[in-house]
Ligand binder design. Sequence first.
Ligand SMILES: [Zn+2]
Length: 433
Amino acid sequence: MASPAVSFARNNQQRFLNELKDLLRIPSVSTLDEHKDDVRKAAEFVAAELRRIGMENVELISTKGHPLLYADWLHAPGKPTVLMYAHFDVQPPDPLDEWVSPPFEPTERNSNIYARGAVDDKGQLWMEVKALESLMNAFGGKLPINVKVIFEGEEEVGGESIADYVRKQKQKLKADFALVCDTELFAPNLPTLCVGLRGLVYTEIEAVGAKTDLHSGMYGGAAPNPFFALIEIISKLKDSKGKVLIPGFYSKVKAPTKDELKAWKRLPFSEEHYRKTEVGSKTLTGEPGFSVLYRTWARPTLEVHGMPGGFTAPGAKTVIPAKAAAKVSMRLVPNQDPEDILKRFSDYVKKLTPKGIDTKIKVWSKGPACVVSTDNEYVRAATAAMHDIFKKDTVFIRSGGSIPIVTDFQDVLKIPSVMMGFGLPDDNLHAPN
Ligand SMILES: [Zn+2]
């Protein structure tokens, strides 16, 4: 028999969906200035609902960027306190002409809602709010544990404000664990908890040759070209098999446990299906001897994202650019230290820089990998709750991406996160439809 809270949620599902659609209609794109008011509107929409269902101290917190949203309900003495996290901002919707239905007009097809943010992360945020409403209703206006809510509107643009806030408001946000709803199920109907995230060091190598752009007819043969310098450098950062060549890059890497590796082998995953449907390339790349899940979850990698500089407009211009840059990032795994990796990377780039060129390294972001322990009562409660609903055992997975706030919760607030998300692998999170 379902609990009264679950029954309430089931009986109100259509209303919950309609409310979610209203939230999805607000184009809260955090990276675009023209949507600044919409991000605030989304925050106000959620704030109003938190107030309506009985949450207290609901507060929109202004920041240098987009507002944060806080609320709490703290009347369960002796019971644990959860800090619930999600985000109400979304990625830009372009390319617009690839959408089957408009990104901010939620449309149902084959039992899915199509809209920007339907899963990342408004859908998941709304699940948290509706879980609170259902519990409040089932417990006569009370909650079974103490609850603090912190929602942000900057996740898709780096989450600087929440990182600051967590550092400044340790006492206010004090909790026993965090519930982070921004991940996915490994497969439809397969209860999943994410227990590991890779870290990230994102840099830009800036290369300067001549003091000004030069004509390749007059100076070609005498002037250094920063693009060739960058190509020389980049070609030596990784070998053709995918092994990163920065000295000492792998020295601190901590491998997953035997049990974890065994569990990954049991997951319903076909590398061939993944190649065809998710990657869509002729072949997969990466270090030999490691499975795809191992390579993307627990091996560090290095990628080049773009090389700004020189002439990129249609047509021809015979320029030897004075400056060029390469955006290079590294995904990190436990126990690689971002500072240490950044230093090894910088030293190596300096060493590889050819004569006549100056290189400088700009750092866009850096954060360590994080693996959360599964051996605590909060993870046990989460798996028990999912067993009630799915009637299946939970699988523990990692993610190749980064959720910096989870690291902050761990390092600053000293609390573990339960990463319980209900997205699906085919959700096209940051793409059309
Ligand atoms: Zn997200």
